[in-house]
Design a protein around this ligand. Structure first.
Ligand code: GUN
Ligand code: ZN
Length: 432
């Protein structure tokens, strides 16, 4: 199939500014970028100067938590987990988790996210993987490993069962189509020492990532110090598991030594500004981490602590937070745009395939309409228009691997009315 985007303005981290012309997509890849392509195609999409950008990459979300949107308000991390989120997760059934995943996947694609990494819960990850594969998005997904109880939280399981189920899921789902498995030990307090070592061996054997949370909140760090005698990153390093395989959400409270450990290991940092604000966790030292050359990317975290999966919100807040800390010139728009596109692709090890709009790459693309009141005037810095003025309402077309999944703001994969109905009824049954 050949699709032509006619007269689009391309924004992409590898460009100095922007490029205007026609973009031809063929068999899932960007085939040509020229001015005035007149080949015969199956479909022409008129850009008329609208923006063609790489599909957004969100490296940290929880599809299973979409259903908990607005149900766990005004609590700090450990209470939020113990009293609400782990309790809710323990009540999931295959039906409620499917409704949650579908709702999250719709939200992601309607908002221009084409690739994501998601940590699921202890049970029913098969159901989520089924939906991710149906959604056509590019997903890195894994079951949460929790073999140590956190406080009085009801959700934990036997080590042997957790490992066996993880290996079984990897063997059945990893590298199937656009799906990749990512092993997901939840965070230090919920995973036993020897289990981390076992997980690392499995990750090496199957060549998959380890996706975890760390250094999010000061009480969590205190708890980790009590349990291990070390700070989070220091603990990972001491076990010899801190490598470029580790993808670590938050990193809000990392000291200089830990930043250096993250740098020298090549680990990926998954920055979640809205979640860090909403749980009152703090502001991550993004400027310092970027200065040290760390691999940074962006994610919304779960809808239970955000309460959106909106990459535009994350980009905006990522910028504003650093300006408050370090001054107005702290984090330029182009750098923020990069974190949400190419930076995410680099963290996920697929920057040779996605993350920019370049000939030869997979066609994961978003066409943003920029002729509305909110993004006018059109003489503005185009990257500033995307990062600080545009929103999900500007998303016209979303394409993954050359296939259109959102068309003029309409989801082509799911029946949205049904997704909303199912989510509402699943949520009522879960709350009961
Ligand atoms: N730490 C451990 N689990 C979680 C989670 O589900 N969300 C967040 N934000 N932090 C966590
Ligand atoms: Zn999270």
């Amino acid at each position: 199939v050949r699709i032509l985007f006619r007269d689009v303005v391309v924004l992409s981290s590898h460009l100095d500014g922007v490029w205007r012309g026609d973009v031809l997509v063929e068999d899932g890849r960007i085939q040509r970028m020229e001015k005035g392509i007149c080949e015969e195609v199956h479909r022409v999409i008129q850009g008329d100067g609208d923006y063609l950008i790489p599909g957004f990459v969100q490296t940290h979300i929880h599809l299973c938590q979409t259903l908990f949107r607005g149900l766990a308000e005004d609590l700090p991390l450990l209470d939020w987990l113990e009293k609400k989120v782990l309790l809710f997760e323990s009540k999931h059934t295959p039906d409620t988790i499917r409704a949650s995943a579908k709702l999250g996947l719709c939200e992601l694609m309607l908002g221009g996210t084409t690739t994501f990494m998601s940590m699921e819960t202890v049970r029913y990850t098969d159901v989520v993987l089924e939906e991710v594969s149906r959604s056509k998005l590019r997903g890195f997904v894994g079951k949460a490993i929790m073999d140590r109880q956190v406080g009085n939280a009801p959700l934990f399981e036997d080590t042997e069962k957790a490992i066996k189920e993880t290996v079984d899921l990897i063997e059945r789902w990893d590298k199937q189509g656009k799906l990749r498995y990512a092993i997901a030990p939840r965070f230090v307090p919920s995973v036993k020492h020897d289990t981390w070592l076992e997980i690392f061996k499995i990750a090496e054997h199957y060549d998959v990532f380890i996706h975890t949370h760390s250094s999010e909140n000061r009480d969590e760090i205190k708890l980790v110090e009590e349990l291990t005698g070390k700070r989070n990153v220091e603990y990972f390093d001491s076990m010899g598991i801190l490598t470029d395989r580790m993808k670590i959400a938050h990193c809000v409270w990392v000291d200089e030594q830990e930043i250096e450990m993250l740098r020298s290991s090549g680990a990926g940092v998954l920055h979640c500004p809205s979640s860090n604000f909403k749980l009152g966790s703090g502001i991550a030292p993004v400027v310092e981490m970027l200065r040290e050359g760390l691999n940074l990317s962006i994610g919304a975290d779960g809808a239970s602590c955000n309460n959106n999966l909106d990459v535009f919100c994350e980009m905006r807040l990522a910028g504003l937070a650093q300006k408050v800390r370090k001054g107005a010139d702290a984090l330029p728009v182009k750098e923020i745009f990069r974190m949400a596109t190419l930076g995410g692709a680099e963290v996920l090890g697929i920057a040779d395939e996605i993350g920019t709009v370049e000939v030869g790459k997979r066609a994961d693309l978003v066409l943003l309409g920029v002729k509305d009141v909110f993004t006018t005037p059109d003489t503005a810095n185009p990257y500033a228009r995307v990062v600080y003025s545009a929103g999900r309402g500007n998303v016209r077309i979303v394409m993954v691997d050359g296939e259109i999944v959102v068309e003029e703001g309409r989801c082509l994969v799911y029946d949205i009315d049904e997704v909303i109905r199912d989510a509402n009824s699943a949520c009522s049954s879960l709350v009961e």
